[in-house]
Design a protein around this ligand. Structure first.
Ligand code: HAM
Length: 416
């Protein structure tokens, strides 16, 4: 029985939490500029939300869900993604009488084979724009994601974009893929043969080397798209051109979830290796209806925080501003109590303070204060208590001076 962190999960230690906070603050600022509001849904949902929302032929539903029965025999699932859950919440709270721009942040769970950039518990920031069928909504979201990553200092981003057309184009696309693979039928695995019968589009997403080789001869399904689908797609591309957002048209980009229609896109970084996608999204015009809501077109994306952290670490892009911290050093029992009260006064005035309990030597206190990256130390010994002056030591310069007790807060405020 292991007492170590569970496979595919990780601890975020204080330094990583600061980096996550840095990303979140940037993201929230960008979402605000685009008028998106935050929503938060439960970590687990009734399993049917994902079963009906994501599509039964997807890897998520077939292999990756953490599903369990609670004591009331309900089938529950730790959320593997956010879109179906946000849609469920919008239907339940009747938010879809007008369009909604929503974003969310939190942990998600997929039972995948762990490797660099792939975890069983990972974190996403996602955005869903519900109630708009216009290609302007697709373009706005892609641009939002691009601007967000740029504001974080990410370089060498690649946007891949495609259209899989609306639902009326789907039968012709499926027929085309089936016809293409018919001559190879006996060489296909049982799983691919099943996909060919039930959900041929999924095959284009396959990592199977044989399928990949076959697909080199497949000319794509763009000929099956109807006029509306092509017009929608061309409009999205022209809006990206207008804003000079670079992208690459990627004809087989169908994405691993079944709810997509029209636009699909991914944003990748070369720095990530095999799991290169930081962000994925697209339009999903029928998901709300599938979850028994009113017909509502929608588009969205989500990106993985772990992958973003990896790139930002490699690029050394974190600019974490640390707030001033003052370490109090009492020398003697009498000084300990005075320190306790002065520290509370400082905290009330908005100044962060700390005291290392149990240390006796000044040198130990200073060493620990240095390790904590303290801005200054306030040293209070018998002499200081008698003269009602503190010894104030700047950690960077090493300079120290005596200051009257009543000037302590103003001195510290000047450091903020
Ligand atoms: P997704 O492509 O499955 O889309 O996930 C989006 C992003 O989450 C990925 O690009 C990746 O950065 C991160 N991610 C996914 N799985 C893992 C994992 N096992 N470990 C680490 N990071 C991971 C969705 O989830 C859709 N709900 C996106 C969407 C929103 N489409 C429309 N609206």
């Amino acid at each position: 029985m292991s007492l170590k962190v569970s496979r595919g999960t990780q601890d975020f230690l204080p330094r990583s939490c600061k980096k996550l906070d840095f990303i979140l603050r940037k993201a929230r600022a960008v979402f605000e500029h685009y008028a998106f509001q935050e929503i938060s849904t439960p970590i687990f949902e009734n399993t049917a939300v994902f079963m009906q929302g994501i599509g039964e032929d997807t890897d998520i539903i077939q292999k990756e869900m953490y599903t369990f029965q609670d004591k009331g025999q309900r089938s529950l699932t730790l959320r593997p993604e956010g879109t179906a859950a946000v849609v469920r919440a919008c239907i339940e709270h009747r938010l879809l009488t007008s369009s909604q721009k929503l974003f969310y942040v939190g942990p998600f769970f997929r039972y995948e084979r762990p490797q660099a950039g792939r975890y069983r518990q990972f974190h996403q920031i996602g955005a869903e724009y519900l109630g708009e069928s216009s290609p302007y909504a697709d373009a706005e979201l892609i641009i939002l994601a691009y601007r967000l990553f740029s504001s974080l200092g990410l370089k060498d981003l690649h946007i891949s974009i495609n259209t899989i057309g609306d639902s009326s184009s789907r039968p012709a696309i499926c027929a085309l893929i089936r016809d293409f693979f018919t001559p190879y039928h006996s060489q296909l695995s049982a799983h691919v043969q099943q996909l060919l019968r039930q959900n041929p589009l999924r095959i284009l997403d396959s990592k199977d080397p044989f399928i990949q080789t076959c697909l080199e001869r497949f000319s794509g399904f763009q000929s099956c798209l109807n006029k509306e689908s092509l017009t929608h797609y061309q409009c999205v591309l022209s809006l990206l051109d207008l804003e000079k957002i670079p992208y690459k048209e990627t004809p087989f980009l169908v994405r691993g979830l079944d709810y997509y229609t029209h636009t699909t896109f991914e944003i990748c970084s070369e720095q990530l290796g095999a799991q290169s996608a930081i962000c994925g999204g697209g339009r999903y015009d029928h998901l709300v209806e599938k979850l028994k809501g009113p017909a509502t077109p929608a588009v969205g994306f989500a990106f993985g925080l772990e992958r973003l952290l990896t790139i930002l670490d490699q690029e050394n892009s974190f600019k974490i501003d640390t707030k001033p911290l003052v370490v109090f050093i009492p020398l003697g029992i009498e000084a300990e109590q005075s320190c306790f009260s002065y520290m509370e006064q400082c905290r009330k005035a908005g100044i962060a303070c700390h005291r290392f309990l149990g240390l006796t030597k000044l040198s130990q206190h200073l060493k620990h204060a240095h390790n904590l990256n303290a801005t200054a130390c306030v040293i209070i010994g018998e002499n200081e208590l008698q003269t009602q002056q503190f010894l104030f030591k700047h950690m960077d310069s090493g300079e120290q001076s005596h200051i009257p007790i009543d000037q302590l807060i103003s001195t510290m405020e000047a450091m903020k």
